[in-house]
Design a protein around this ligand. Sequence first.
Ligand code: PMV
Length: 308
Amino acid sequence: MVNKIQRSAPGKVILCGEHSVVYGQPAIAVPVSGLRAYANVEAAPTEGSLQLISRDLNETISLEVAPPEHPLAAIARETLAYLTLPSPAASLTLWSELPIASGLGSGAAVSVAIARALAAYLGRELQPQEVSALAYEVEKIHHGTPSGIDNTVIAYEAPVYFVKGQPPEIFVIKEPFYLVIANSGIPSATKQAVMGVRNRRNAKPEEYDTYFNRMGEIANAARTAIEQGDIASLAPLLNENHSLLREIGVSLPELDRLVAVAKNAGATGAKLTGAGTGGNVIALTSPENIASVKAAMQAAGATEVWTT
Ligand code: PMV
């Protein structure tokens, strides 16, 4: 056992296919490697159980007494159970650059960073599929019936073509492209957003399945465009995906405004990303327009803006 170990995990954005992925359609997600969650594990002279320290929340709790749904404790317990090892006398410190509840995968990134750091401290480097499965167990506690796309793209840290219940397909980006990510500052509650879509779909199953089918076609076309380096074809797909997300009721006037402002400032395609009803907007932008798109989105009320 080493004395001190640090591991991290990236954020993510869903390029297309959020919500429809819950109904069996494909979705595409890419990692955001510049925004990460970090976990440190080091030997602590304290007796007994693992101490969980959240630097961002300024909170320390012992694994022994943490409730089952405590997000740090839940992944630590999943990891120890998987490794069939007892809790070490150590402290685990977590901090994250990712905004929470905003569709950038903060929860899954935290879980993946913790599982990796704890396992490494105990002498095991987890493979992406192992750490993804552990994080998925915690996603279920917080999101009810998650598709699994977040834990997958974050554990593999690679572009993922994802169909629920099938092995994820990692694919290659032929030509780099740039996304401006803008936070609306409005928290996005994934569970509620998914439930809202479910209720509306129950009322109008045929209409909603038509939307979901089209979103699936968009995801397939987007994958082809990315694999062929045909970024020009990606833009209209993102725009149409945003319109469909509006139709299923997960956009907000604030998100529509950020999308419109980004396009006016030179982005070729823009959409909300993740569960919606708040959270972030992504804007496909050529390198020369990044500064103007960022400035326009900030002026339109975005609380944070990044480029990936
Ligand atoms: O907002 P996020 O990052 O939690 O993404 C949710 C994506 C959904 O498709 C809406 C739900 C899911 O489980 O895939």
